[in-house]
Ligand binder design. Structure first.
Ligand SMILES: [Zn+2]
Length: 452
């Protein structure tokens, strides 16, 4: 009963009246977009792309310089494939030319987001309220395929980012309560509290579960071992990490429903997600251009390539052919569900490893990304597990770290990884990149040789 109320009344009211985002109109547009055939989808994508490129040629000083330097001249493309003539864009380009990356008509009217970055540098970028509304709409579409549509009673096993007390905490609880979702902090999951946490989730009786792969898989394994079950769950949506076969089977057994993998990032939010045919992840091609490039920079299908993404609606800071540091494989096949959105076969080689704790738990690499957001002045960082009970933080910092900062970082890590985890913090001049030019943020014991 509650879901239609949220979808048709509460959410549009909140988004349009309170936030003035217009998300509801975007939701309707993307609901239609998924069913376009490939030809109509290509035409739509080309129209949006040409509008964005034209805007950049007029209003984004750095892109004009960057593109001219690579021999590209203004003019409409006749196919999306012609975008391959444009040079790619890196985090370094954006950071070094920040003001010139903001479109002149949008100066002073954009929102700023800071991420831990997938290359180890704190990364800042701008976006508009309109693109945020669109990204939210695209996210709900993808979540809906997995049974977690807007208003569905959903348990989130996530790094919460939730404010705990006071007015902020109250507003957060109200907001999430109104949208019928509840957050269970994935980063504080431990041997000591896992059964209690499972009990809470079972009592909450969610219709859908959303979470990082690792905590969801850990909870699922424990449920199987202790004979706990959940009924009435339509789908479990996982994200942020590669999902392996055994994890998928455990989760499906424990929660009694299919698993839907998703792929997103802080820069552009949801890029691709699985439908109920589970033949791959549908790319949101009516909202962004998603390319995978070989080592020579040429688009590839059927084998793994570097992800280059173009959000077609971020007119505040247009990131065209942005290399986000991930790798993925295009399937190049159509899905039996009939959606025209093309399929990814897999998300490969993210730059975050799991860290194992002395008591045998796994901490997702994302945890360290969240922790490091507290110190935006750190230029680069890397966490290497050097022993079963030790991690080493390597920091590139403008000035030596105080004892107070060291204690705070150590306390944060031990609060999640356990007091037995030793935390070593060293300052270094630079952090080595892998041969492909990426910097790994977290390196597990198994991969420790990569940290040399
Ligand atoms: Zn499908």
């Amino acid at each position: 009963m509650y879901e239609p109320l949220v979808r048709h009344a509460l959410f549009p009211a909140y988004e349009t009246i309170v936030k003035r985002r217009g998300t509801a109109a975007h939701i309707a547009e993307y609901e239609r977009g998924q069913w376009l055939d490939r030809k109509s989808l290509d035409a739509l994508q080309l129209r949006k792309l040409n509008e964005l490129l034209d805007h950049c040629w007029r209003h984004v000083p750095f892109l004009q310089r960057h593109w001219r330097e690579h021999g590209v001249r203004p003019g409409a493309l006749t196919s999306v494939a012609e975008l391959a003539a444009y040079p790619t864009l890196t985090k370094a380009h954006i950071s070094a030319n920040y003001d010139d990356m903001v479109a002149t008509p949008w100066k002073g009217r954009t929102l700023t987001k800071v991420t831990g970055g997938s290359t180890g540098d704190p990364f800042r970028f701008e976006y508009t309220m309109d693109v945020y509304a669109r990204r939210t709409a695209v996210m709900w579409r993808g979540y809906g395929w997995g049974g977690a549509s807007l208003g569905t009673r959903t348990a989130y096993l996530w790094g919460t980012g939730l404010r705990k007390g006071g007015w902020g905490g109250f507003k957060d609880r109200l907001y999430h309560g109104a949208f019928n979702r509840r957050f269970f902090d994935a980063f504080s999951l431990s041997e000591a509290n896992i059964d209690e946490r499972i009990e809470e989730i079972v009592r909450y009786r969610p219709k859908a579960v959303v979470g990082y792969v690792t905590p969801v898989a850990v909870v699922a394994r424990r449920m199987i071992e202790t004979g706990k079950t959940l009924s009435g769950v339509r789908g479990v949506l996982t994200g942020a990490e590669a999902l392996h076969g055994p994890q998928r089977r455990d989760i499906e057994q424990a929660f009694g429903c299919p698993v839907f993998n998703t792929y997103g990032s802080r820069e552009v939010m949801l890029m691709a997600s699985e439908c109920d045919r589970h033949q791959g992840l549908h790319v949101n091609a009516d909202h962004l251009v998603f390319e995978t490039l070989d080592s020579a920079g040429a688009p590839v299908v059927g084998s793994s390539g570097d992800v280059a993404v173009t959000d077609l609606h971020n007119y505040g800071m247009p990131m065209v052919r942005y290399l986000n540091g991930d790798r993925a494989t295009y399937a190049g096949t159509a899905c039996a569900c009939g959606r025209g959105l093309p399929l990814l076969a897999s998300i490969d080689g993210r730059v975050l490893d799991l860290i194992e704790t002395p008591d045998g738990r796994h901490v997702p690499g994302e945890f360290f990304v969240y922790v490091m957001l507290d110190w935006p002045d750190v230029k680069q960082w890397q966490v290497v597990q050097t022993a079963p009970d030790a991690v080493q933080f390597r920091l590139v910092v403008p000035q030596p770290w105080t004892a107070e900062r060291r204690d705070k970082l150590t306390a944060k890590v031990q609060a999640t990884a356990g007091a037995a985890m030793r935390v070593e913090i060293i300052e270094v001049d630079s952090i080595a990149s892998t041969p492909s030019g990426k910097r790994r943020l977290t390196i597990s014991l198994a991969n420790a040789d990569m940290a040399a």
